[in-house]
Design a protein around this ligand. Structure first.
Ligand code: ADP
Ligand code: GLC
Length: 484
């Protein structure tokens, strides 16, 4: 088999820059694709963290004027990743979060910052640097959404494209007056082009113009084609027919490995589940929870946003505590939610422990020490924390939406009888249904032998990238062979 060359285009990548699961996916997929004879190079913005990490960056192209200023394209490696880094200080030389300023406001020039990334990707797809011409370009989320547009509205031939949507809620919508500044011709502003309800839609452009569209779970692929889940794009997605498909995410099972995780208190595996107790104890201590081995500990590792449904949890915390449960939570995001949970730690001393912030080591300890991981999302394209939970033997309690529906097997009577359950699902996503699910968790917890069986089922679930990587490899090969 000939090695296929893929150019991935993405605005964040683990372990260099991360705000969410997108970075995890971008960071793990290249390694998972290597055994499939697929070589991925990832084009990323030259944020300070990327520039610092880049080893022996070699200049492969210079741009005299990229949206107003000179820029360079560097090729090199960082943390085992093959990167092309767009060194454009006027766009990317800003520390902190890649999308927002210190006050949490979107950078005003975000459309140009990410259009530049897409512009350079499209150039590479048209052979700007012959040695670096990929067979297929894989664009992730709205930040890379203009790649197919730049290729389409050009006289030069380019390579096929895949557009992956990780979250339809972030669409990259900007004023139509930007069209000339983006270097797109007037004809691009059309219903079958970049036009989106009277604006320019970066994600819309990608969904419209890419050869294939994927999203990160089969259920989300179906949901986004409905008016309820389509966030304005369902009509377009339906019109793309079989060009749209869902490929489930995996997790990096090297980074997330309870048997050899340097960030947890005690390693364990399926055969030594009792060693989990030390992690539970360490977690309780770290978060100021009562050191009670019999308390059912619910864990949360999440962005605090409407999507994640954590207001339902805040609302039903009294029930969780009254049932004898404890909450170990790590989250960052909306101040109102953070404030609500901080208040709850005072109201329920020793039963509710919350860390507000981003903390990778604590995320691992929560997975290893909690008995249940809560993911009550209103919508969830895939979700990675429930996959980590399965791997760590913390039973995921999840809303039955998107990728959560596809990755957790509800431990109902039938599933338990056939030995298949791996967690708890609830729907609709309401406080009452959520509270019922909490009650079910407490009931299951009473039978520790049954609980252990569920934990083992969970830990046996294949959450690796092996299968998804094979699916992406198939897709790339179809496209490269001209079967777009
Ligand atoms: P999303 O991308 O919508 O935030 P995912 O479940 O796909 O949700 O991915 C979230 C990723 O970010 C996971 O790797 C999770 O462990 C991590 N994460 C989320 N919040 C935090 C936090 N406060 N501290 C550390 N890691 C976090
Ligand atoms: C998005 C989604 C999340 C998904 C992640 C990686 O951030 O919210 O569900 O797991 O992307 O695809």
């Amino acid at each position: 088999m000939m090695t296929l060359k893929i150019l991935a285009v993405v605005s964040e990548i683990y372990p260099l820059v991360k705000t969410g699961g997108l970075a995890d996916v971008a960071g793990a997929l290249p390694g998972a694709l290597a055994p499939e004879e697929v070589a991925v190079t990832t084009l990323v913005p030259g944020y300070p963290a990327v520039m610092t990490a880049l080893k022996k960056g070699e200049v492969v192209q210079t741009f005299a004027n990229l949206f107003g200023h000179p820029a360079r394209l560097l090729k090199g490696q960082a943390k085992g990743l093959d990167l092309l880094v767009l060194d454009a200080p006027h766009l990317y030389d800003r520390t902190g979060n890649p999308y927002v300023d210190a006050d949490g406001k979107d950078w005003i020039d975000n459309p140009l910052r990410f259009a530049a990334l897409a512009r350079v990707a499209a150039d590479l797809g048209q052979g700007l640097v012959p040695a670096l011409k990929p067979d297929v370009i894989h664009a992730h989320d709205w930040q890379a959404g203009l790649v197919p547009a730049y290729l389409r509205y050009s006289d030069r031939p380019g390579v096929p494209t895949v557009m992956t949507v990780h979250n339809l809620a972030f669409q990259g919508q900007f004023g139509r007056d930007l069209l000339p500044a983006l270097g797109l011709p007037a004809r691009a502003y059309a219903i079958d082009g970049v036009e989106y309800y009277g604006t320019i839609g970066f994600l819309k452009a990608g969904l419209q113009l890419a050869d294939r569209v994927t999203t990160v779970s089969p259920t989300y692929a179906a949901e986004i084609r409905t008016p309820e889940g389509g966030m304005g794009l369902d009509g377009l997605l339906r019109s793309r027919g079989s060009a749209v498909s869902g490929i489930l995410n995996g997790i990096d099972t090297g980074v997330w490995n309870p048997a050899a995780d340097p960030m947890i208190a005690a390693p364990y595996d399926l055969a030594h589940l009792s060693a989990r107790a030390a992690n539970k104890k360490a977690l309780q201590q770290r978060l100021g929870l009562d050191p009670d081995p019999n308390a059912l500990v619910f864990g949360v590792v999440s962005r605090l946003s409407w999507q994640k449904g954590l207001d339902l949890l805040l609302d039903r915390l009294p029930a969780l505590v009254a049932g004898g449960g404890q909450l170990a939570m790590l989250g960052s995001g909306e101040p109102a939610l953070a404030g609500g949970f901080a208040h709850a730690t005072v109201a329920h001393g020793g039963r509710v422990g919350v860390v507000n912030g981003y903390d990778e080591a604590l995320a691992h300890l929560i997975q290893a020490g909690a008995d249940v991981i809560l993911v009550p999302s209103r919508f969830e394209p895939c979700g990675l924390t429930q996959l980590c939970a399965l791997r760590y033997g913390a039973l995921p309690l999840v809303a039955r939406v998107g990728g959560l529906a596809d990755t957790v097997i509800d431990a109902n009577e039938v599933a338990i009888a056939s030995g298949a359950g791996t967690g708890i699902q609830f729907n609709p996503v309401t406080g009452d249904a959520f509270e019922n699910a909490l009650t079910r968790a407490f009931e299951l917890w009473r039978d520790r032998a049954a609980w252990k069986k569920l934990q083992k089922n969970a830990m046996r679930t294949d959450v690796s990238w092996t299968r998804p990587a094979a699916a992406y490899a198939r897709l790339y090969r179809e496209l490269a062979a001209g079967h777009g």
